[in-house]
Design a protein. Structure first.
Length: 133
C-alpha cells in the first residue's frame, strides 16, 4: 500500500489531464521486486531484481554504467557511505535514488526509495523492508 500511496502522491502533482500517464509511468519505473539479490565481491556490485533477469553490475564508488530495467535504459551508479549502499539511476527526465540499509543481525534490509523528476513539485519517497528467508 505504501508504494501505491507514493505513486498516487506523485500523480497528483501533475496536471489533471496527464495523471493517468503519470500513474502508469511511476508504476513502471519503481524498482520493487521480490526477491532482491545483492552480490558484492570486493568493490564489484551486482543487483538482480525479481526473476525477470533485470540487473545492474558496477564498481562501488566507480563510474556510471548503463543498465536496463523493464526494457528501458538508465545510467546507474553505486556508492557506499556510512554502512549504506546507495544506488542512483538517471533516466531522461528523472533520477531514482535507492538506499539499502542492512540491519546489524543481517536479517532485515530496509530500502529507501526517492524519485526526483522535473514534472514533480516534491520528490516521491517511500521505504520497504525485506526479511531474509
Amino acid at each position: 500500500q505504501l508504494v501505491a500511496d507514493a505513486i498516487e502522491f506523485g500523480a497528483e502533482q501533475v496536471v489533471a489531464i496527464a495523471r493517468g500517464i503519470a500513474r502508469k509511468r511511476l508504476t513502471k519505473t519503481q524498482i520493487i521486486e521480490d526477491p532482491v539479490t545483492i552480490t558484492i565481491t570486493g568493490d564489484n556490485l551486482k543487483l538482480e531484481w525479481g526473476t525477470s533477469g533485470d540487473s545492474m553490475s558496477c564498481v562501488i564508488d566507480g563510474p556510471t554504467t548503463t543498465m536496463s530495467y523493464k526494457g528501458d535504459k538508465y545510467k546507474g551508479r553505486a556508492r557506499a557511505k556510512d554502512g549504506k549502499l546507495i544506488t542512483s539511476f538517471q533516466g531522461p527526465d528523472a533520477t531514482k535514488t535507492v538506499v539499502y540499509v542492512l540491519s546489524s543481525d543481517r536479517k532485515t534490509m530496509t530500502v529507501h526509495h526517492k524519485l526526483v523528476a522535473d514534472q514533480l513539485q516534491e520528490p516521491v519517497t517511500f521505504k520497504l523492508t525485506y526479511t531474509r528467508k
